[in-house]
Ligand binder design. Structure first.
Ligand SMILES: NC(=O)N[C@H]1NC(=O)NC1=O
Ligand SMILES: [Zn+2]
Ligand SMILES: [Zn+2]
Length: 504
């Protein structure tokens, strides 16, 4: 016995030291990490002349340890402190919080031929997006119960290159069923999403304001938001007159969805959003209007609601800021989306609203389909799938157009990271700050490129993207998700180590 112990003890000691060496050292030997990251160190410094923090742009270093940011030091305070660890020096490139896209349709499970978690999150990583919140529709079945959320979480497992959270669906079937909604929220849905017009997806029917009122009262308990697609069909104004209905002409489509659809929906929403005021029956809930296109009356109504104390926010999307109806060519259904892209004057007003703080944030509303559904041969705007494919390009698109309006790096971080993090309840994300997840994108604002076939595009169907063929500036170099370098110059980390984000 003694003899055996004598032989085993040194072996145990050796084993213990090996375990220590592999798991607790600042060394690149942690096998798992080297699969998850293209820079397999646990502890390192990111240096740049332009680090975007909530307190301004600084020249300095961000210290990353494991998943988190553990210190931020200005260059003038270094005093040789950085010698200890690994260093990545990005020079003049911008180091910014990773983008948080609160509105994307990855269509997984059930319609992965449209996109899917692997391609969608690879595209996100390549675009500097470190967190994406997936919509509850276009996947099949729609995410409207705890059971269907489970299917989504299972589909995401080991298939996501960035962190992914999930909105649940508010539909007539569950709106008056408090148990079902509570089960969905308890299972981790970060909030709910509903439509006030047909969604284009059969198992995701539209809601009216009574459904929304019910939804808000449940969400109040969980302090989570309701996101609404705010358009209500107005028959009288959407019919096409004889001789004006060439379905290949974008102006025909535009007439079928006038701004009055958005205005009617927002007017209706504001009858229930007052419940979210302090002391109101749904205090704690929050209403978020997705993809605003109408910068006229709809925006005015939202401003009023905010000034009355309703807990309301609104997003718009890069396609409404980059394109105008006048320039969309006949038959080019890549540009079809709902609400539609309106005229150039409206686009200018959207930029003003964003810069003045009346629009709170940006999202992609990446909503791809298979190319067949875009009906490119026919070019029929009335029948083609409505949805813009953009995920990988949102940062350069926002920057390329925004710089003409004097957009700053801090504003980009506010619209794409800080405010989206708040909407999605992600306290550890959305800013380069000590204690936060090391979710970081590094990009070069002055590098120009053309979106053509020479460029690695990770979306499943690049051909359906309205951005292909554009010249943009702002190239993403590197993307870090919770300390893992998940993307670097055309290369992804071998393993998909993004985490599913569940509300608790
Ligand atoms: N179902 C779906 O993704 N619809 C989206 N597409 C679009 O253009 N607007 C939407 O709401
Ligand atoms: Zn929508
Ligand atoms: Zn959408």
């Amino acid at each position: 016995m003694d003899y055996l112990q004598l032989r085993v003890l040194p072996l145990l000691a050796l084993l213990a030291s090996l375990i220590y060496f592999f798991y607790f050292q600042d060394s690149p030997t942690l096998f798992e990490r080297s699969d998850c990251s293209l820079f397999p160190y646990n502890h390192y410094w990111i240096i740049s002349k332009r680090i975007v923090t909530p307190h301004g742009v600084i020249s300095g270093a961000v210290e990353v340890k494991e998943e988190k940011i553990v210190s931020i030091i200005k260059e003038e305070d270094w005093h040789g402190n950085l010698k200890k660890g690994q260093i990545i020096d990005y020079g003049e490139a911008v180091v910014m919080p990773g983008l948080i896209d609160v509105h994307a349709h990855l269509n997984d499970p059930g319609r992965t031929e449209w996109e899917g978690f692997p391609s969608g999150t690879r595209a996100a990583a390549a675009g500097g997006i470190t967190t994406l919140i997936d919509m509850p529709l276009n996947n099949f079945p729609s995410t409207v119960s705890a059971e269907t959320l489970k299917l989504k979480i299972d589909a995401a497992e080991k298939n996501i290159y960035v962190d992914v959270g999930f909105w649940g669906g508010l539909v007539p079937e569950n709106a008056f069923d408090a148990n079902s909604l509570e089960a969905l929220l308890s299972a981790g849905a970060l909030g709910l999403k509903s439509f006030m017009c047909p969604s284009g997806i059969n198992d995701f029917p539209m809601t009216n304001s009574s459904h929304i009122k019910e939804g808000l009262s449940i969400l109040a308990k969980y302090r989570r938001p309701l996101l609404v697609h705010a358009e209500i069909p107005q028959d009288s104004e959407s019919h096409l007159e004889d001789g004006e209905n060439d379905p290949r002409s974008y102006s025909t489509y535009l007439k079928t969805r006038p701004p009055s659809w958005e205005e009617a929906a927002i007017r209706e929403l504001l009858t229930v959003s007052k419940d979210t005021r302090i002391g109101g029956p749904a205090e704690g809930a929050h209403l978020h209007v997705v993809h605003l296109s109408d910068a006229g009356s709809s925006l005015q109504l939202l401003k009023e609601a905010k000034s009355n104390g309703d807990s309301v926010t609104v997003e718009t999307c890069p396609h409404y800021l980059a394109f105008s109806a006048e320039e969309i060519k006949d038959g080019d259904t890549r540009f079809k989306c709902a609400p539609p892209i309106r005229d150039a004057a409206n686009k200018e007003r959207l930029w003003t609203a964003l810069l003045e703080g009346d629009i709170d944030m940006l999202s992609s509303d990446h909503s791809p389909s298979v190319p067949d559904l875009k009906l490119f041969d026919e070019g029929n705007f009335l029948k083609a799938w409505g949805g813009i494919s953009s995920l990988q390009f949102v940062l350069p698109v926002t920057w390329s157009h925004g710089r003409q309006y004097g957009v700053t790096l801090e504003q980009l971080a506010l619209w794409w990271s800080e405010r989206p993090a708040k909407l999605a309840g992600q306290d550890l994300k959305g800013a380069i700050a000590v204690g936060n997840h090391a979710d970081i994108t590094v990009w070069e604002p002055n590098v120009e490129f053309e979106l053509n076939n020479d460029l690695p595009v990770y979306l499943k169907h690049p051909s359906i993207s309205a951005y292909m063929g554009s010249k943009l500036s702002g190239k993403v170099m590197s993307t870090f998700v919770r300390g893992n370098l998940v993307y670097k110059e055309g290369k992804h980390a071998p393993a998909a180590c993004g985490a599913p984000i569940l509300a608790t």
